[in-house]
Ligand binder design. Structure first.
Ligand SMILES: Nc1ncnc2c1ncn2[C@@H]1O[C@H](COP(=O)(O)OP(=O)(O)OP(=O)(O)O)[C@@H](O)[C@H]1O
Length: 294
């Protein structure tokens, strides 16, 4: 079954083209012809990505397609081999307003062996805003309390992070980023390994962020409860952007690379090692020439 698209998807942009920023829209991220090589091996190639203020973008694609590397490149953690990157209109080399940027890394091992309380972890998110060696002030405490409120963990502030479930730990990391009150959030797989109730709680947290006008770029294999929030899906394949457009609804998803058995469930870790993931964006991939060889 081939899905029909409700809104015409935008093909992957031409190098240097700007498909997303209309008049009056501020580009908070602008990557032009970005490439990254790791140990001499090209991992990202020819990436053009512009994110406007208020966008909610999902980076999707198979394992190893380059999503995490792209997020790291966009946050300056992974240097570009070629290309140019601007954040909030400033070239990366000149950008020094990192308090405007929040990054929630993949949760793997985030809390292992860390005897910190939920409050402490979230309060650490204020570090970029505090003056050196000054104790937390009233504004800091308010920001921490507010962040805990947004992720629905205000009543767990005194608990040790290791006492929480994986999904709750993920929300603690989001609250830590929130506490810094950034305008641009990058989240790497916030729903990975998170059960459905916690995915809904995450979606509620991100909805509040979106309502506050934050710009969000998240990596996701499946959108699940986040789907209604996502304005735009950017799908990667082999280090390139192969689709940039409207995410399709669940019932329109075509996942030829997974096979019937995997069509509508979240792949397990073992599945992930063997199969591509199921981005909820399909038609351009389904017709991708390489698809037939996988
Ligand atoms: N530190 C590294 N050293 C060597 N190779 C790396 C490193 N980081 C990423 N790669 C390689 O770069 C490619 C892209 O990896 P990346 O983690 O960005 O993909 P991804 O789409 O985020 O995958 P996943 O869904 O598994 O998280 C992969 O082939 C990966 O093996």
């Amino acid at each position: 079954m081939t899905p029909t698209s409700p809104a015409a998807p935008t093909p992957a942009p031409e190098p240097g083209a700007d498909h997303t920023v209309g008049p009056g829209l501020e580009a908070v991220v602008r990557l032009v012809d970005g490439a990254v090589a790791i140990a001499g091996r090209p991992v990202l190639r020819g990436i053009d990505l512009t994110v406007s203020r208020g966008d909610f973008v999902a980076l999707m694609g198979a394992n190893g397609s380059g999503k995490s590397t792209l997020v790291r490149a966009l946050t300056g953690l992974r240097p570009l081999t070629t290309g140019s990157l601007e954040l909030f209109g400033h070239r990366l080399e000149h950008f020094d307003e990192w308090r405007r940027v929040g990054f929630v890394p993949q949760r793997t091992g985030a809390a292992s062996g860390v005897p910190a309380s939920v409050w402490e972890v979230v309060a650490s998110g204020r570090l970029t805003r505090r003056r050196l060696l000054r104790p937390l002030g009233r504004a800091d405490r308010r920001a921490v309390a507010d962040a805990l409120e947004v992720v629905g963990l205000a009543d767990r502030a005194r608990d040790g992070v290791s006492q929480l479930s994986g999904g709750q730990q993920q929300r603690v990391l989001i609250a830590r980023a929130l506490a810094g009150e950034p305008e641009l959030f990058f989240l790497d797989e916030p729903t990975a390994g998170v059960d459905l109730p916690n995915q809904h709680a995450l979606a509620a947290s991100l909805t509040r962020l979106k309502e506050r006008g934050a710009t969000v770029v998240l990596v996701a294999h499946e959108l699940g409860p986040l789907a209604p929030l996502v304005d735009r899906a950017v799908v990667m394949r082999d280090g390139r952007v192969v689709y940039d457009g409207t995410p399709l609804a669940d019932h329109e998803v075509h996942q030829p690379w997974l096979g019937e058995a995997h069509s509508h469930h979240h792949a397990t870790h073992r599945d992930r090692a063997r199969h591509d993931h199921a981005p909820h964006v399909a038609s351009p991939l389904g017709t991708h020439p390489e698809e037939h060889h996988r």
